[in-house]
Design a protein around this ligand. Structure first.
Ligand code: AMP
Length: 630
């Protein structure tokens, strides 16, 4: 059975890991890096993923998608603000969902995330030497039902069998706790690129029990970047009366520079931002430059309110776990943004503890996911590990008066199942519509509607007589399944979930096909480029031979020259057939030329060794392309 992997599908970066010899190990990508930027760029027909996509972002801002995790499984009205500051187009999709628009095509965030997963898995399969099919994917603990479901669908679109969706802080705790002996209570503080989670767990004897979780899915490193972006743009605007945020390309450069400045300030007390030729004066067309110095103190001033926002979830998690800060033995930092000195300071202030920095904040989540994959696959080296997790948000239904009636409260251990009986409000009511909600606010309208389900075909009855049994069932992924039946009549009716932001089955199937087609087209494109490049390097080699072989007879020189010219022509034409013919012809000519030349050399008593001709067949070349970079 091929090994299952653990994947941390991050807002900014993603990581993939696998169990090797009883320990989780990160698998490096084709570029040799341990983390892969969660960036996808659409360039003509080509889809670029990772560092290569990130590098061309400033030149292709409208079609370079990043931080898409902020939109996955979301409703449009939840993300309008974030959408407005994006250099690419984010808009409302069907049923109030979110779509990103690239080159005139609307894509679901799931499809974009699937491209990141696809690259991670393809690179890792090449490294491991076997095709990866199964994965555990992590999500922020505070992700709601639709966000979890959408993440799972992203995995499916990427062709993966998603064994489990697990919470990022729980995964980090697994990685941390694997090596620890004894009992302890830990608080995982996870501030990543786009989300913030706090989880309190008790560890001991192989049991990892989550006591509570809290968070904010609208808070992460990108918000800190945007404060710098706004400051830089405002300063520039004051000086030049020009808003850089309106120029997509300038905005993309500002975002990159802001992140870099923020990272610099984790180690230095000040940094300079220098963006020459950031734009042109609209009237005079003279270039404009941006130069600013940002101090750590100013950065902390700009982000003071963001820093304050981490306090409440920590306090809520402690109170839900019925603990106080003094009950916590270790505070574990996860997520790249915990490297910000002010974040570390505030964690210490709230918990009264020096944070434990023994885990790598970038890798712990993926490592923990690999451990979970190992547990599911029965990896004997892991012994008996039991993971007990909770649901982060209360689930309920809307009842009369627009209130929420909770069915499963937050921090209930999952899997969980709860049944409640509801009834009709009017005489002879033929059906009911139940609004399934997730959230902590008392009024239904203030919570997220996961969908409305209709139970139809209730026989005529007086008000209050019908017995509608509604069951909420949360699986180990934290994903909710709802069933309902009318008990008095014994009649079960089908449930239709409407208005959900997640994709329906046919959408997923279509996207799986599209992704496969894209992958096939990408492969074909790559092969074509490889073929052309091979012919080009053979042409260079042949030209060198020709230049160096002064003593060769003119006839064979002319023949080789003609083949070189034919190769040049074929490369220019980009015609596949011509390239194949030219490659064959040039290989043959070069071989003949070298053999004749060597004979000539031998006749002259020179023991000459000619360079090896590149005689690889196309197939070999393609295989080589899929081999991991060492
Ligand atoms: P993650 O989602 O855990 O990969 O975290 C990514 C976030 O961490 C991004 O917003 C990064 O800009 C941020 N980050 C990474 N390294 C640092 C650092 N040294 N200082 C501040 N933020 C960082």
């Amino acid at each position: 059975m091929p090994k299952a992997v653990g994947i941390d599908l991050g807002t900014t970066n993603s990581v993939i890991a696998v169990m090797e010899g009883g320990r989780p190990e990160v698998i490096v990508n084709a570029e040799g890096a341990r983390t892969t930027p969660s960036v996808v760029a659409y360039k003509g027909e080509e889809i670029l993923v990772g560092q290569i996509a990130r590098r061309q972002a400033a030149l292709n801002p409208a079609a370079t998608l990043f931080e898409v995790k902020r939109f996955i499984g979301r409703r449009w009205d939840e993300v309008k603000e974030e959408a407005a500051r994006s250099p690419f187009t984010v808009k409302e999709g069907p049923g109030g969902s979110v779509r990103v628009s690239v080159n005139g095509k609307d894509l679901a965030p799931e499809q974009v995330s699937a491209e990141v997963l696809r690259k991670l898995v393809a690179d890792a399969s090449a490294k491991l030497g076997s095709k990866i099919t199964d994965a555990v994917i992590t999500v922020p603990a505070y992700f709601d039902n639709s966000q979890r479901e959408a993440t799972k669908q992203a995995g499916e679109i990427a062709g993966l069998n998603v064994l489990r969706v697990i919470n990022e802080p729980t995964a980090a705790a697994l990685a941390y706790g694997l090596e620890r002996k004894g009992n302890e209570t830990v608080l995982v503080f996870d501030l990543g690129g786009g989300t913030f989670d706090v989880t309190i767990l008790e560890l001991g004897d192989g049991v990892f029990e989550v006591k509570s979780t809290a968070g904010d899915t609208h808070l992460g490193g990108a918000d800190f970047d945007h404060r710098i972006v706004d400051w830089l743009a405002d300063e520039f605007n004051k000086e030049h009366q020009f808003d850089l945020r309106k120029d997509k390309q300038a905005l993309q450069r500002l975002i990159e520079a802001a992140e870099k400045a923020k990272i610099d300030l984790s180690n230095a007390s000040e940094t300079s931002v220098s963006l020459p030729f950031i734009t042109f004066d609209p009237e005079t067309r003279t270039p404009m430059h941006l130069e600013r110095t940002l101090t750590r103190a100013k950065f902390e001033e700009l982000t003071a309110d963001l820093l304050k926002r981490v306090r409440h979830p920590v306090e809520q998690a402690l109170s839900d776990a019925k603990m106080s800060a003094s009950d916590i033995n270790e505070v574990i930092l996860v997520g790249g943004s915990t490297r910000i000195p002010a974040v570390k300071r505030i964690v210490k202030e709230i918990t009264g503890k020096e944070p434990n920095e023994s885990v790598n904040p970038d890798e712990a989540v993926a490592l923990g996911a690999a451990v979970q994959a190992g547990i599911i696959q029965g990896d004997s080296s892991l012994g008996d590990i039991v993971l007990v997790d909770v649901t982060p948000l209360t689930l309920g239904v809307e009842v009369k008066g627009g209130m929420i009636a909770p069915m499963i409260t937050r921090n209930t251990t999952v899997p969980a199942k709860k049944t409640e009986i509801y009834t009709t409000a009017e005489n002879n009511q033929p059906g009911v519509e139940i609004n399934v909600l997730q959230g902590e606010r008392p009024m239904a309208a203030d919570n997220k509607s996961l969908g409305r389900f209709k139970l139809e075909g209730i026989p005529p009855m007086r008000a209050g007589q019908a017995q509608i049994e509604v069951t909420f069932d949360i699986d180990a992924n934290g994903i909710l399944h709802v069933t309902a039946k009318e008990k008095t009549s014994g009649k079960e009716s089908s449930i239709r979930i409407e208005n959900t932001t997640t994709l329906d089955k046919t959408d997923v199937e279509r996207m799986v096909k599209e992704a496969e087609q894209n992958a096939a087209a990408d492969k074909a494109r790559k092969e074509k480029v490889e073929k052309r490049n091979n012919l080009d390097s053979l042409r260079v080699q042949a030209q060198q031979q020709l230049d160096e072989a002064e003593s060769a007879d003119q006839g064979s020189k002319d023949k080789l020259k003609a083949s070189i010219e034919a190769a040049e022509e074929a490369i220019r034409s980009e015609d596949d057939g011509k390239i194949t013919d030219a490659q064959k012809n040039l290989e043959e000519e070069l071989r003949t030329f070298m053999a004749a030349n060597q004979n000539a050399g031998a006749a002259q008593g020179e023991a000459q060794q000619g360079p090896t001709v590149n005689t690889k067949k196309d197939d070999d070349v393609i295989d080589a392309d899929f081999k991991p970079a060492e």
